[in-house]
Design a protein around this ligand. Structure first.
Ligand code: MV4
Length: 394
Protein backbone atom coordinates (compact mmCIF):
# COMPACT_ATOMS: atom_id res chain seq x y z
CA UNK A 1 0.00 0.00 0.00
CA UNK A 2 1.08 3.58 -0.70
CA UNK A 3 1.27 4.93 2.87
CA UNK A 4 4.86 4.58 4.11
CA UNK A 5 3.60 3.27 7.45
CA UNK A 6 2.23 0.25 5.61
CA UNK A 7 5.13 -0.23 3.19
CA UNK A 8 8.60 1.34 3.36
CA UNK A 9 8.52 1.56 7.15
CA UNK A 10 7.46 -2.06 7.70
CA UNK A 11 10.76 -3.81 8.39
CA UNK A 12 9.49 -7.33 7.70
CA UNK A 13 8.17 -6.25 4.30
CA UNK A 14 11.48 -4.69 3.27
CA UNK A 15 13.39 -7.77 4.44
CA UNK A 16 10.94 -10.01 2.57
CA UNK A 17 11.40 -7.93 -0.60
CA UNK A 18 15.17 -8.33 -0.33
CA UNK A 19 14.83 -12.10 0.19
CA UNK A 20 12.34 -12.50 -2.67
CA UNK A 21 14.54 -10.64 -5.13
CA UNK A 22 17.75 -12.34 -4.03
CA UNK A 23 19.37 -9.12 -2.82
CA UNK A 24 22.52 -9.56 -0.73
CA UNK A 25 22.47 -6.15 0.91
CA UNK A 26 20.23 -3.20 1.72
CA UNK A 27 21.16 0.43 1.20
CA UNK A 28 18.68 2.36 3.33
CA UNK A 29 19.02 5.72 1.53
CA UNK A 30 18.31 8.86 3.54
CA UNK A 31 14.72 8.56 4.68
CA UNK A 32 12.49 5.90 6.19
CA UNK A 33 14.57 3.32 8.10
CA UNK A 34 18.01 4.78 7.34
CA UNK A 35 18.74 5.65 10.99
CA UNK A 36 16.86 2.78 12.58
CA UNK A 37 19.16 0.52 14.62
CA UNK A 38 16.50 -2.16 14.95
CA UNK A 39 16.29 -2.41 11.16
CA UNK A 40 20.09 -2.61 10.87
CA UNK A 41 19.96 -5.55 13.31
CA UNK A 42 17.06 -7.15 11.41
CA UNK A 43 19.19 -7.11 8.25
CA UNK A 44 22.04 -8.92 10.01
CA UNK A 45 19.61 -11.42 11.56
CA UNK A 46 18.38 -12.24 8.06
CA UNK A 47 21.85 -12.62 6.50
CA UNK A 48 21.56 -9.34 4.63
CA UNK A 49 24.41 -6.85 4.62
CA UNK A 50 23.39 -3.51 6.12
CA UNK A 51 25.07 -0.74 4.09
CA UNK A 52 25.64 1.60 6.98
CA UNK A 53 27.25 1.90 10.41
CA UNK A 54 26.91 -0.53 13.32
CA UNK A 55 23.51 -0.38 15.10
CA UNK A 56 25.31 0.64 18.33
CA UNK A 57 26.64 3.76 16.56
CA UNK A 58 23.17 4.66 15.28
CA UNK A 59 21.73 4.35 18.80
CA UNK A 60 24.53 6.27 20.46
CA UNK A 61 24.14 9.23 18.09
CA UNK A 62 20.33 9.02 17.99
CA UNK A 63 20.20 10.13 21.63
CA UNK A 64 21.27 13.77 21.18
CA UNK A 65 22.09 14.35 24.84
CA UNK A 66 24.25 11.21 24.98
CA UNK A 67 25.90 12.11 21.65
CA UNK A 68 26.78 15.49 23.10
CA UNK A 69 28.35 13.92 26.19
CA UNK A 70 30.33 11.48 24.00
CA UNK A 71 31.70 14.35 21.89
CA UNK A 72 32.59 16.44 24.91
CA UNK A 73 34.47 13.48 26.40
CA UNK A 74 36.63 13.02 23.28
CA UNK A 75 37.54 16.69 22.94
CA UNK A 76 35.09 17.77 20.21
CA UNK A 77 33.92 21.32 21.05
CA UNK A 78 30.33 21.48 22.33
CA UNK A 79 28.17 24.49 23.21
CA UNK A 80 28.19 25.13 26.97
CA UNK A 81 25.34 22.91 28.13
CA UNK A 82 23.90 20.66 30.80
CA UNK A 83 25.62 17.35 31.51
CA UNK A 84 22.92 14.89 30.60
CA UNK A 85 19.21 15.58 30.88
CA UNK A 86 17.50 18.26 32.98
CA UNK A 87 14.76 16.99 35.26
CA UNK A 88 13.11 20.13 36.60
CA UNK A 89 12.48 23.81 35.94
CA UNK A 90 14.63 24.64 39.00
CA UNK A 91 17.56 22.69 37.56
CA UNK A 92 17.04 24.42 34.19
CA UNK A 93 17.01 27.84 35.85
CA UNK A 94 20.18 27.14 37.82
CA UNK A 95 21.92 26.05 34.62
CA UNK A 96 20.76 29.10 32.63
CA UNK A 97 21.92 31.43 35.41
CA UNK A 98 25.35 29.77 35.35
CA UNK A 99 25.97 29.97 31.55
CA UNK A 100 23.89 33.09 30.93
CA UNK A 101 20.71 33.74 28.92
CA UNK A 102 19.47 33.10 26.28
CA UNK A 103 19.34 29.30 26.39
CA UNK A 104 17.93 26.60 24.14
CA UNK A 105 15.93 23.64 25.44
CA UNK A 106 16.46 20.55 23.28
CA UNK A 107 14.82 17.13 23.22
CA UNK A 108 17.23 14.20 23.76
CA UNK A 109 15.34 12.11 21.24
CA UNK A 110 15.05 15.10 18.90
CA UNK A 111 16.97 16.41 15.97
CA UNK A 112 15.57 18.47 13.18
CA UNK A 113 14.28 21.10 15.56
CA UNK A 114 11.35 19.21 17.16
CA UNK A 115 10.95 19.75 20.87
CA UNK A 116 13.33 22.72 20.71
CA UNK A 117 12.53 25.98 22.54
CA UNK A 118 14.50 29.23 22.85
CA UNK A 119 14.29 31.07 26.16
CA UNK A 120 15.39 34.71 26.09
CA UNK A 121 13.41 35.97 29.10
CA UNK A 122 13.82 34.10 32.43
CA UNK A 123 10.10 34.66 33.02
CA UNK A 124 9.32 32.35 30.06
CA UNK A 125 11.44 29.43 31.25
CA UNK A 126 8.72 27.43 32.98
CA UNK A 127 6.26 27.67 30.07
CA UNK A 128 8.93 26.82 27.48
CA UNK A 129 10.30 23.93 29.56
CA UNK A 130 6.82 22.41 29.79
CA UNK A 131 6.13 23.05 26.09
CA UNK A 132 9.40 21.39 25.01
CA UNK A 133 8.68 18.32 27.15
CA UNK A 134 5.10 18.03 25.87
CA UNK A 135 6.22 18.37 22.24
CA UNK A 136 9.03 15.84 22.70
CA UNK A 137 6.66 13.33 24.32
CA UNK A 138 4.17 13.71 21.45
CA UNK A 139 6.81 13.48 18.72
CA UNK A 140 9.16 10.83 20.12
CA UNK A 141 7.38 9.16 23.04
CA UNK A 142 10.25 10.41 25.22
CA UNK A 143 10.20 13.73 27.08
CA UNK A 144 13.89 13.93 28.10
CA UNK A 145 15.34 17.40 27.49
CA UNK A 146 18.71 19.09 27.99
CA UNK A 147 19.87 22.69 27.85
CA UNK A 148 22.47 24.60 25.85
CA UNK A 149 23.49 28.21 25.66
CA UNK A 150 21.85 29.67 22.53
CA UNK A 151 24.30 30.41 19.71
CA UNK A 152 22.98 33.52 17.98
CA UNK A 153 22.69 33.64 14.16
CA UNK A 154 24.89 30.54 13.56
CA UNK A 155 25.82 28.88 10.34
CA UNK A 156 25.21 25.19 9.82
CA UNK A 157 28.47 23.64 8.61
CA UNK A 158 28.91 19.87 8.42
CA UNK A 159 31.83 17.54 7.71
CA UNK A 160 31.38 14.47 5.49
CA UNK A 161 33.34 11.50 6.79
CA UNK A 162 34.14 8.02 5.54
CA UNK A 163 35.72 5.25 7.61
CA UNK A 164 36.33 1.60 6.72
CA UNK A 165 37.08 -1.60 8.61
CA UNK A 166 40.85 -1.28 7.92
CA UNK A 167 41.22 1.87 10.02
CA UNK A 168 41.18 4.22 7.04
CA UNK A 169 39.51 7.58 7.58
CA UNK A 170 38.76 10.53 5.31
CA UNK A 171 37.16 13.89 6.06
CA UNK A 172 35.76 15.07 2.71
CA UNK A 173 35.70 18.77 3.58
CA UNK A 174 32.55 20.62 4.64
CA UNK A 175 29.12 21.63 3.39
CA UNK A 176 27.37 24.84 4.32
CA UNK A 177 23.67 24.12 4.86
CA UNK A 178 22.69 27.38 6.53
CA UNK A 179 19.82 28.08 4.15
CA UNK A 180 16.90 26.24 5.72
CA UNK A 181 13.21 26.85 6.19
CA UNK A 182 11.55 25.31 9.25
CA UNK A 183 14.53 22.95 9.56
CA UNK A 184 14.21 21.79 5.95
CA UNK A 185 17.33 22.49 3.91
CA UNK A 186 16.62 24.27 0.63
CA UNK A 187 20.10 24.45 -0.86
CA UNK A 188 23.60 23.48 0.20
CA UNK A 189 27.08 24.38 -0.95
CA UNK A 190 30.63 23.16 -0.64
CA UNK A 191 33.02 24.48 0.45
CA UNK A 192 31.48 26.90 2.98
CA UNK A 193 32.01 30.55 1.98
CA UNK A 194 32.70 31.21 5.69
CA UNK A 195 35.44 28.69 6.42
CA UNK A 196 39.14 29.51 6.34
CA UNK A 197 41.70 26.73 5.92
CA UNK A 198 42.69 26.70 9.59
CA UNK A 199 39.07 26.31 10.78
CA UNK A 200 38.46 23.64 8.12
CA UNK A 201 41.46 21.60 9.24
CA UNK A 202 40.42 21.93 12.86
CA UNK A 203 36.81 20.92 12.07
CA UNK A 204 38.03 17.89 10.09
CA UNK A 205 40.25 16.89 13.03
CA UNK A 206 37.25 17.18 15.38
CA UNK A 207 35.27 14.96 12.98
CA UNK A 208 38.07 12.38 13.10
CA UNK A 209 37.99 12.33 16.90
CA UNK A 210 34.21 11.85 16.80
CA UNK A 211 34.51 8.90 14.38
CA UNK A 212 37.31 7.27 16.39
CA UNK A 213 35.50 7.74 19.71
CA UNK A 214 32.58 5.56 18.59
CA UNK A 215 34.40 3.23 16.18
CA UNK A 216 32.26 4.48 13.32
CA UNK A 217 32.43 2.65 9.94
CA UNK A 218 30.68 3.82 6.72
CA UNK A 219 29.70 7.30 5.52
CA UNK A 220 28.48 9.80 8.08
CA UNK A 221 28.20 13.51 8.78
CA UNK A 222 29.20 15.56 11.80
CA UNK A 223 27.09 18.73 12.00
CA UNK A 224 28.51 21.85 13.61
CA UNK A 225 27.23 25.28 14.51
CA UNK A 226 29.64 28.00 13.40
CA UNK A 227 29.32 31.28 15.28
CA UNK A 228 30.21 34.82 14.16
CA UNK A 229 33.75 34.45 15.58
CA UNK A 230 34.31 31.29 13.48
CA UNK A 231 34.20 29.13 16.60
CA UNK A 232 32.46 25.81 15.99
CA UNK A 233 30.46 23.47 18.19
CA UNK A 234 29.20 19.91 17.71
CA UNK A 235 25.47 19.81 16.96
CA UNK A 236 24.54 16.29 15.82
CA UNK A 237 25.90 13.32 13.92
CA UNK A 238 23.94 11.85 11.01
CA UNK A 239 24.62 8.12 10.74
CA UNK A 240 23.55 7.88 7.09
CA UNK A 241 24.30 9.43 3.72
CA UNK A 242 22.53 12.76 3.28
CA UNK A 243 20.50 14.39 0.52
CA UNK A 244 23.28 16.93 -0.03
CA UNK A 245 26.16 14.44 -0.47
CA UNK A 246 26.54 15.29 -4.21
CA UNK A 247 28.10 18.71 -3.54
CA UNK A 248 30.88 16.93 -1.67
CA UNK A 249 31.28 14.44 -4.52
CA UNK A 250 31.65 17.34 -6.97
CA UNK A 251 34.44 19.09 -5.04
CA UNK A 252 36.35 15.93 -4.02
CA UNK A 253 35.76 13.55 -6.94
CA UNK A 254 34.79 10.80 -4.47
CA UNK A 255 31.77 8.59 -5.24
CA UNK A 256 30.42 8.41 -1.69
CA UNK A 257 27.81 5.72 -2.40
CA UNK A 258 30.37 3.48 -4.09
CA UNK A 259 32.65 3.92 -1.08
CA UNK A 260 29.74 2.88 1.19
CA UNK A 261 29.28 -0.25 -0.91
CA UNK A 262 33.01 -1.07 -0.78
CA UNK A 263 33.14 -0.56 2.99
CA UNK A 264 30.02 -2.69 3.59
CA UNK A 265 31.54 -5.43 1.38
CA UNK A 266 34.62 -5.47 3.63
CA UNK A 267 36.88 -3.81 1.08
CA UNK A 268 39.10 -0.80 1.81
CA UNK A 269 37.70 2.56 0.79
CA UNK A 270 39.22 3.72 -2.49
CA UNK A 271 39.85 7.35 -1.54
CA UNK A 272 41.92 6.56 1.58
CA UNK A 273 45.26 7.45 -0.03
CA UNK A 274 43.98 10.86 -1.14
CA UNK A 275 43.40 12.25 2.38
CA UNK A 276 43.62 15.01 3.56
CA UNK A 277 41.20 16.51 1.06
CA UNK A 278 41.22 20.08 -0.17
CA UNK A 279 38.13 21.40 -1.96
CA UNK A 280 38.44 21.55 -5.75
CA UNK A 281 36.20 24.36 -7.04
CA UNK A 282 32.73 25.05 -5.71
CA UNK A 283 29.41 23.18 -5.85
CA UNK A 284 25.83 24.17 -4.99
CA UNK A 285 22.81 21.86 -4.74
CA UNK A 286 19.27 23.16 -5.22
CA UNK A 287 16.49 20.95 -3.89
CA UNK A 288 13.64 20.94 -6.39
CA UNK A 289 10.55 20.19 -4.35
CA UNK A 290 6.95 19.70 -5.47
CA UNK A 291 5.92 22.62 -3.26
CA UNK A 292 4.34 26.00 -3.93
CA UNK A 293 6.74 28.73 -2.74
CA UNK A 294 3.97 31.32 -3.12
CA UNK A 295 1.66 29.32 -0.87
CA UNK A 296 3.68 28.67 2.28
CA UNK A 297 5.56 25.85 0.49
CA UNK A 298 2.45 23.66 0.48
CA UNK A 299 3.07 20.25 -1.17
CA UNK A 300 1.94 20.26 -4.80
CA UNK A 301 1.55 16.65 -5.96
CA UNK A 302 0.20 16.14 -9.47
CA UNK A 303 1.14 15.33 -13.05
CA UNK A 304 4.23 16.70 -14.79
CA UNK A 305 3.16 18.00 -18.22
CA UNK A 306 6.62 19.15 -19.32
CA UNK A 307 10.05 18.19 -18.01
CA UNK A 308 13.25 19.51 -19.54
CA UNK A 309 16.35 19.50 -17.40
CA UNK A 310 19.44 21.60 -18.09
CA UNK A 311 22.67 19.94 -19.25
CA UNK A 312 26.20 21.08 -19.99
CA UNK A 313 29.50 21.47 -18.14
CA UNK A 314 29.25 21.55 -14.37
CA UNK A 315 25.56 20.59 -14.31
CA UNK A 316 24.37 17.42 -12.56
CA UNK A 317 20.72 16.36 -12.17
CA UNK A 318 19.37 13.69 -9.84
CA UNK A 319 15.71 12.88 -10.43
CA UNK A 320 13.10 10.27 -11.17
CA UNK A 321 10.87 12.70 -13.09
CA UNK A 322 9.95 12.50 -16.76
CA UNK A 323 7.19 14.13 -18.79
CA UNK A 324 3.87 12.58 -17.73
CA UNK A 325 5.17 11.44 -14.33
CA UNK A 326 2.74 11.56 -11.43
CA UNK A 327 4.01 12.88 -8.11
CA UNK A 328 2.46 10.94 -5.25
CA UNK A 329 1.06 12.82 -2.24
CA UNK A 330 2.29 10.03 0.05
CA UNK A 331 6.02 10.72 0.12
CA UNK A 332 8.58 13.48 0.57
CA UNK A 333 8.14 16.41 -1.80
CA UNK A 334 11.73 16.48 -3.07
CA UNK A 335 11.53 15.35 -6.70
CA UNK A 336 14.86 16.47 -8.20
CA UNK A 337 18.21 17.92 -7.28
CA UNK A 338 20.18 20.33 -9.43
CA UNK A 339 23.87 20.35 -8.58
CA UNK A 340 26.17 22.87 -10.25
CA UNK A 341 29.94 22.94 -10.09
CA UNK A 342 32.32 25.74 -11.05
CA UNK A 343 36.06 26.29 -10.72
CA UNK A 344 35.19 28.97 -8.15
CA UNK A 345 32.01 30.22 -6.41
CA UNK A 346 31.47 32.93 -9.03
CA UNK A 347 31.40 30.40 -11.86
CA UNK A 348 29.12 28.09 -9.85
CA UNK A 349 26.68 30.99 -9.33
CA UNK A 350 26.69 31.80 -13.05
CA UNK A 351 26.04 28.18 -13.97
CA UNK A 352 23.31 28.00 -11.32
CA UNK A 353 21.49 30.98 -12.84
CA UNK A 354 21.72 29.54 -16.34
CA UNK A 355 20.67 26.03 -15.27
CA UNK A 356 17.71 27.23 -13.18
CA UNK A 357 16.53 29.42 -16.09
CA UNK A 358 16.70 26.40 -18.44
CA UNK A 359 15.02 24.00 -16.01
CA UNK A 360 11.44 23.60 -17.29
CA UNK A 361 8.99 21.78 -15.03
CA UNK A 362 5.32 22.34 -15.84
CA UNK A 363 2.05 21.01 -14.45
CA UNK A 364 2.81 21.74 -10.81
CA UNK A 365 4.53 24.57 -8.91
CA UNK A 366 8.06 23.77 -7.70
CA UNK A 367 10.81 25.47 -5.73
CA UNK A 368 12.74 26.38 -8.92
CA UNK A 369 11.25 29.89 -8.91
CA UNK A 370 12.20 30.34 -5.27
CA UNK A 371 15.83 29.36 -5.93
CA UNK A 372 16.08 32.07 -8.60
CA UNK A 373 14.94 34.61 -6.02
CA UNK A 374 17.58 33.34 -3.58
CA UNK A 375 20.23 33.78 -6.29
CA UNK A 376 19.07 37.39 -6.71
CA UNK A 377 19.76 38.33 -3.08
CA UNK A 378 22.89 40.28 -2.16
CA UNK A 379 23.29 38.20 1.03
CA UNK A 380 23.48 34.88 -0.82
CA UNK A 381 25.69 36.31 -3.57
CA UNK A 382 28.11 37.54 -0.92
CA UNK A 383 28.13 34.11 0.78
CA UNK A 384 26.81 35.66 3.97
CA UNK A 385 23.66 33.61 4.58
CA UNK A 386 23.17 32.38 8.14
CA UNK A 387 20.38 30.22 9.51
CA UNK A 388 18.09 33.25 9.70
CA UNK A 389 18.51 34.02 5.96
CA UNK A 390 15.00 33.02 4.84
CA UNK A 391 13.38 35.12 7.59
CA UNK A 392 15.58 38.12 6.80
CA UNK A 393 15.47 38.03 2.99
CA UNK A 394 11.86 36.94 2.28
C1 MV4 B 1 21.26 25.26 18.21
C2 MV4 B 1 21.11 26.58 17.75
C3 MV4 B 1 21.66 27.59 18.49
N1 MV4 B 1 22.31 27.32 19.66
N2 MV4 B 1 21.92 25.04 19.38
C4 MV4 B 1 18.49 23.19 14.86
C5 MV4 B 1 18.06 21.76 14.77
C6 MV4 B 1 18.98 20.99 15.62
N3 MV4 B 1 19.83 20.21 14.77
C7 MV4 B 1 19.75 21.99 16.41
N4 MV4 B 1 19.47 23.29 15.87
C8 MV4 B 1 20.01 24.42 16.44
N5 MV4 B 1 20.73 24.22 17.56
C9 MV4 B 1 22.41 26.06 20.08
N6 MV4 B 1 23.04 25.82 21.24
C10 MV4 B 1 20.40 26.79 16.56
C11 MV4 B 1 19.84 25.72 15.90
C12 MV4 B 1 19.09 26.06 14.72
C13 MV4 B 1 19.53 25.73 13.44
C14 MV4 B 1 20.68 24.99 13.24
C15 MV4 B 1 21.10 24.66 11.99
C16 MV4 B 1 20.37 25.06 10.89
C17 MV4 B 1 19.22 25.76 11.05
C18 MV4 B 1 18.78 26.12 12.32
C19 MV4 B 1 17.61 26.84 12.48
C20 MV4 B 1 17.18 27.16 13.73
C21 MV4 B 1 17.92 26.76 14.85
Amino acid sequence: PAPAGKSYLVMSNVIAAAKTTGAQAIHPGYGFLSENAEFARACADNDLVWIGPAPECIERMGDKSRARDTMKACGVPTVPGSDGTIESVEEARAFAESVGWPVLIKASAGGGGKGMREVHDPADLEAQFTAAKTEAQAAFGNDDVYLEKLVLRPRHVEIQVLADTFGNFAALCERDCSIQRRHQKLLEEAPSPALDEVTRTSMCEAARRAVEAVGYRSAGTIEFLLDSDNKFYFMEMNTRVQVEHPVTEQITGVDIIKEQLRIAAGEPMRCASRAPFLPNGHAIEFRINAEDPDNDFRPSPGTITRFEAPTGPGVRIETYLTQGAKISPYYDSMVAKLIVWGSDREEALQRARRALDEFAVEGIPTTISFHKRVLDTAIFQAGEARTDFIDIAF
